[in-house]
Design a protein around this ligand. Structure first.
Ligand SMILES: [Zn+2]
Length: 297
């Protein structure tokens, strides 16, 4: 069965038609807007034209120049592509500039750090130091206000020197000197290891962000002075973070206790209602009924 032209309704003849982006139209309809079989460019143009485009041109009595149309289309597409690239470059440049500027400010404030995580007590912010490719992988500069800190966890990975590296290998901080009980309870959960491969804290921020602050990432004997120093740092940082979280919780509680807008608007509603009574617009009964409704009694 012969196909009908979706524009004029006539039969579409074999080889005398135009294949558009979304369907086939008859030769007459195509030629009426300037398409011509004799031009290769017509073929290119039909691949981007829709039936609706042809209807619109036909209704507007407009003919297109297939060659020009294609050229315009290509240059328009190129422009859009380069505009998109420019926007992406601008976005990355902004992230980079924000980061460099912020890191300078952190340094000026003598921010302290755990591994790559910097804490600026003056600014009350945390900033993660990252390489340029790492920074570009994120949609934003990785800085977080202290007030967004919700929680933190400790990580302490035990390591068995013998198993990992063979007997007698010396490790950072000295040789393993038998079991030690001096492992921070909060981190190890009471277990004691002879050596650890990593000591870190995961900081959880509002918005589902978490970052890792690494104190130690080399095999270290738990009886070494290096480990003892790490423990002191962990306790100090834990203490600081506890205080920040406690402050955050306190301010959240205070916000919750502050009278809400709802109660203000209730008072406003009642005042307005009383005015209506005073003006004689409402009767005493109507006023009382409405008042009860507003107060929910
Ligand atoms: Zn037609």
């Amino acid at each position: 069965m012969a196909k009908m032209c979706p524009i004029c309704g006539n039969k579409i003849k074999f080889l005398k038609n135009f294949e558009l982006k979304d369907g086939t139209i008859c030769q007459d309809c195509g030629q009426s807007i300037g398409l011509d079989d004799s031009f290769v460019s017509s073929v290119e143009v039909t691949s981007i034209l829709t039936i609706q485009n042809v209807i619109d041109y036909k209704d507007g009595n407009t003919k297109i120049d297939p060659k020009q149309y294609w050229t315009d289309y290509k240059s328009n597409k190129k422009q859009k592509k380069s505009a998109k690239k420019a926007a992406e470059n601008a976005r990355m440049e902004k992230i980079e500039n924000d980061y460099v500027e912020l890191m300078d400010e952190f340094k000026a404030d003598k921010a302290w750090h755990v591994g790559k995580v910097y804490f600026d007590d003056k600014k009350q912010q945390v900033l993660v130091k990252k390489s340029i490719p790492e920074r570009m992988a994120y949609e934003r500069t990785l800085n977080f206000p202290y007030s967004d800190l919700e929680n933190y966890d400790g990580i302490e990975d035990p390591t068995t020197i013998e198993k990992k590296h063979g007997v007698g290998r010396s490790i950072v901080g000295g040789l393993v000197a038998g079991p030690t009980g001096a492992v921070l309870g909060a981190f190890s959960g009471g277990k004691s290891y002879s050596a650890v491969s990593k000591v870190a804290m995961i900081l959880y921020f509002k918005g589902n962000y978490h970052i890792e602050a690494t104190f130690l990432s080399t095999d270290t004997s738990t009886s070494s002075s290096t480990y003892a120093a790490v423990q002191r740092s962990v306790m100090q940082v834990g203490h600081d973070l506890d205080k920040i979280i406690a402050d955050n919780n306190a301010s959240t509680t205070m916000q919750a206790a502050t009278p809400s807008d709802t109660s203000n608007s209730t008072a406003d509603d009642l005042r307005e209602l009383k005015q209506l009574l005073d003006d004689g617009i409402l009767t005493e009964d109507e006023f009382t009924a409405k008042k009860k409704q507003i107060l929910g009694i």
